[in-house]
Design a protein around this ligand. Structure first.
Ligand code: MN
Length: 342
């Protein structure tokens, strides 16, 4: 009689995920015993998280990453449809945070729930797909963390959370308010989601804080509309003068204990750091400021959902290609200089 084969539990099983969940690193672990795969190979999930599209697998999950790859409703440069894939590709498995000494991979059960089945050329269908997919996560009790996509996706993803938790508070990092009732005569675009969410009653305006505003938009009437509803705004100038820690403290006081959604438009960062976005606005936050602000908000408030939007990768965000482009143009400039002195 032979001894039964030792039961080897996969990394995902050790963390309590079921067999029905794909672990991108499992093939590597079987082959050489390492828990991590080659970062450029295999199934692309956020931070090599286990992957599922089955809502039944969301039980007991703390947070689920969902992609919302659509940019039909931008008013300037498109490209945010490539955001989720690019963010997953850029994501790291490293989860041990040096400042806080916490390892989120070990502490939380997090899953990559894939992308919402968006429909190219049909923004309404894409929004329905996003609301349905994020709704599956929200109803399971897990916190959806949505990768946009242009900022219009916050309307369906926040609405899916509000359907479970009731009207939510909103912390909104952005260069722009996105509270116009229409842009170019259109009621739905990435410039209008916050107007619509307040108007539909999914966001409590007195628990809504905007941080990082600057530039030239929107016009006075929109700013008046916001102020009349009790929406709080911190201009980038105030973030600079007060310091981000003070701004976050005041935000936390305003938003309070009840369910809250966090939306981060990457264009809140200065374009020096984050050039890959559709409507860049100079004079923005630094990554260090935004990292600590988002971490503190997640730590101290009751987040029921979050999204990161307006990442438009490709040539703009690809800094290596940007350097190569610059090198070629430096060579061409040298040739032009030589020609002019001949
Ligand atoms: Mn925005």
């Amino acid at each position: 009689m032979t001894a039964p084969a030792a039961v080897v539990r996969t990394r995902a099983e050790r963390r309590g995920y079921s067999r029905g969940v794909l672990d991108p690193a499992e093939r590597w672990r079987r082959y050489h015993g390492q828990d991590w795969k080659a970062s450029w190979a295999g199934l692309l999930t956020f931070a090599e998280l286990p992957y599922t599209e089955d809502p039944a697998e969301l039980e007991g999950v703390d947070a689920a990453v969902v992609g919302a790859p659509t940019d039909e409703l931008v008013t300037e440069a498109p490209g945010a449809r490539f955001g989720p894939r690019a963010i997953r590709a850029a994501s790291s498995t490293a989860a041990h945070h040096l400042e806080t000494r916490v390892d989120w991979w070990e502490t939380l059960r997090v899953i990559d729930y894939g992308d919402a089945p968006v429909v190219p050329t049909d923004a309404a269908a894409s929004h329905r797909a996003i609301e349905d997919t994020v709704g599956e996560v929200a109803r399971s009790g897990a916190i959806p963390i949505v990768l946009g996509g242009d900022h219009s996706i916050t309307e369906p993803d926040l609405r899916a959370c509000a359907a479970v938790h009731g009207p939510v508070g909103l912390i909104h990092f952005d260069a722009h308010t996105d509270t116009a009732s229409s842009v170019y005569g259109q009621e739905q675009s990435h410039g209008t989601p916050m107007y619509r969410l307040v108007d539909q009653g999914h966001v409590s305006p007195e628990r809504y804080v905007q941080i990082g505003l600057r530039g030239w938009w929107p016009e006075e009437a929109v700013l008046r509309w916001q102020a009349e509803r009790g929406i709080t705004s911190f201009l980038m100038r105030e973030v600079n003068d007060l310091g981000v820690d003070r701004v976050v403290e005041r935000t936390i006081e305003i938003v309070g204990e009840r369910p809250t959604f966090l939306t981060v438009d990457i264009d809140v960062l200065d374009p020096a750091f984050a050039p890959g976005t559709g409507t860049p606005e100079p004079g923005g936050m630094t990554p260090l400021e935004l990292f600590s602000a988002c971490r503190t908000v997640a730590e101290q408030l009751r987040l029921v959902g979050a999204d990161v939007v307006e990442v438009a990768p490709s040539a703009l965000a690809d800094r290596t290609a940007l350097l190569a482009d610059r090198l070629v143009r430096e060579v061409l400039t040298g040739l032009a200089l030589k020609r002019s002195t001949e």
